[in-house]
Design a protein around this ligand. Structure first.
Ligand code: 4AD
Ligand code: MG
Length: 452
């Protein structure tokens, strides 16, 4: 039988059986009469120990080569593992010149070094763990929403709207050799989506609770540790929601339930990331999970920042956006517990947010969640469901014509509703303690870089 490394390591029942295992050599060690190999196929962090006697020619069995090993699964005398594979036949499928291979045996490569090799770094333990956690997290998020009764919606990648109104759009145009005049393929300017929210609002008007989880694109000219040009966003939209607190509860549950699921489904991978990057991260994460998230208003946040303004490059001021340094300070101020900032000035936020009608201050029912190490992880709001308020807001933003369909939703069975988006890569950064967003996505895209 053919087994993955993971199944071989777990197959207590199959002891004594003859099996076939395929993978890449992660380590080789010769002793007098025996050769030890460790084979990994990405199915688990742990590699399978293969024991070969001196009749095997070990010259081709180099670090990085792909091999197929046939033999008997036996109980291992070694402490670190239960099972090992006693080799009867080892076939090298593709050899690897270990000298030329950028990944070196037994070396703890810094993540910055590995970033140069997006096509090879996935063969290291650390990227293996990060990407398996990413896969588990994807499944956990889907299962959270499914268990909570949400319907999954595929929102479009190509769209004619700029949901956030920030002008960070990538245009979609066919190659000129296609027989359609420029700008005429869709007859309207088309872009890669910056958010599926408006499409989700349509669907929340029929399914009540919906979510989407897909790639999102922003032409942000930023080389920061938390921005990508292509990232994944988890977005939810809920009808019949009247308060920000109801939304915040779902956000907190999403964070905590998903994280708990990941910790129970792939503890070794999470542990490796924490140890590789920062051993203190384990406690920081536990701290986030066991405390209730906090809430402060934007106005209170600005007051807190003003008290500490000598610490900042950007002077905190009511009406101005919170800078990264401000977010960082606020999270520390809150004892490194995630904190919701609510009720932002109208002028800072997109047209769709619900007006708080609070006089001269003029705030909207917006909420951002700030988390340790990352800053803004979620952005969300109540949506303006009142026809006349929205009509005015669209007129102010010069969007009346393009968003007629959106206004329609407020005419035909409108309901109070709201939703949020969570940056998936930032979520992974937050739980694993990874400083740079480029290390939690298989193929990062950012300004001046589209490798592979
Ligand atoms: O705050 P944002 O812009 O919110 C929206 O797009 C809403 N329409 C979502 C909604 O309510 N359905 O983006 C949401 C989150 C941010 O909090 C951040 O975590 C992440 O998406 N994000 C990015 N992540 C990586 N790279 C970028 N360039 C990002 N821009 C936003
Ligand atoms: Mg935001």
């Amino acid at each position: 039988v053919k087994l993955s490394v993971r199944d071989a390591l777990r197959s207590h029942g199959a002891l004594g059986e003859r099996v076939k295992v395929q993978g890449w050599i992660r380590s080789t060690r010769s002793q007098k009469e025996v050769l030890f190999l460790h084979i990994n196929d990405g199915s688990s962090l742990e590699s399978l120990q293969v024991v070969a006697d001196s009749s095997f020619d070990n010259r081709e069995l180099t670090f990085g080569s792909s091999v197929e090993v046939q033999g008997q699964l036996v109980k291992s005398p070694a402490k670190r593992q239960n099972v090992e594979l006693k080799a009867e036949k080892i076939e090298v499928i593709g050899n690897c010149d270990a000298k030329a291979f950028p990944i070196k045996y037994k070396e703890k490569h810094p993540l910055e070094y590995l970033r140069q090799y997006p096509h090879l770094r996935c063969r290291t333990n650390v990227l293996g763990s990060i990407l398996r956690v990413r896969s588990e997290a994807t499944a956990a998020i889907h299962s959270f929403f499914k268990d909570s009764g949400f319907v999954h919606i595929h929102t479009p990648i190509i769209t004619s709207n700029d949901c956030e109104g920030a002008g960070e759009l990538f245009c979609v145009e066919p190659l000129s050799k296609i027989n359609v005049p420029k700008g005429k393929f869709f007859d309207v300017p088309a872009f890669l989506t910056v958010s599926g929210q408006l499409h989700l609002e349509v669907m929340a008007g029929a399914f009540t609770q919906v979510f989407t989880f897909g790639p999102t694109f922003r032409a942000e000219n930023s080389q920061s540790r938390r921005h990508l040009a292509e990232f994944y966003m988890v977005e939810a939209e809920i009808s019949f929601v009247e308060t920000l607190q109801d939304l915040m509860q779902v956000m907190e549950e999403l964070f905590k339930t998903t994280t708990t699921m990941i910790l129970s489904n792939c503890p070794e991978d999470v542990e490796l990331c924490h140890k590789y990057i920062d051993p203190g991260q384990k406690d920081r994460l536990e701290h986030m999970l066991k405390n209730n998230f906090l809430t402060i208003s934007y106005t209170e946040a600005v007051e807190i920042l003003k008290q500490a303004s000598q610490n900042f490059t950007f002077t905190p001021e009511w009406g101005a956006d919170l800078q990264t340094e401000h977010e960082k300070y606020l999270v520390q101020h809150c004892g490194n517990i995630p904190v919701f900032i609510i009720n932002y000035p109208r002028a800072l936020k997109p047209f769709y947010m619900r007006d708080n009608e609070d006089g001269p201050q003029h705030t909207v029912a917006a909420v951002d969640l700030l988390v340790p190490g990352v800053g803004e992880l979620f952005g969300g709001s109540l949506r303006e469901e009142r026809y006349h308020f929205l009509e005015q807001q669209l007129a102010r933003s010069g969007l009346t014509e393009a968003y007629q369909w959106y206004l329609d939703l407020r005419q035909f069975g409108s309901v109070p509703h709201g939703g949020f988006g969570m940056g998936f890569e930032r979520y992974l950064q937050c739980i694993l303690g990874i400083a740079n967003i480029k290390d939690v996505i298989p193929f990062p895209r950012f300004t001046h870089s589209c490798l592979l």
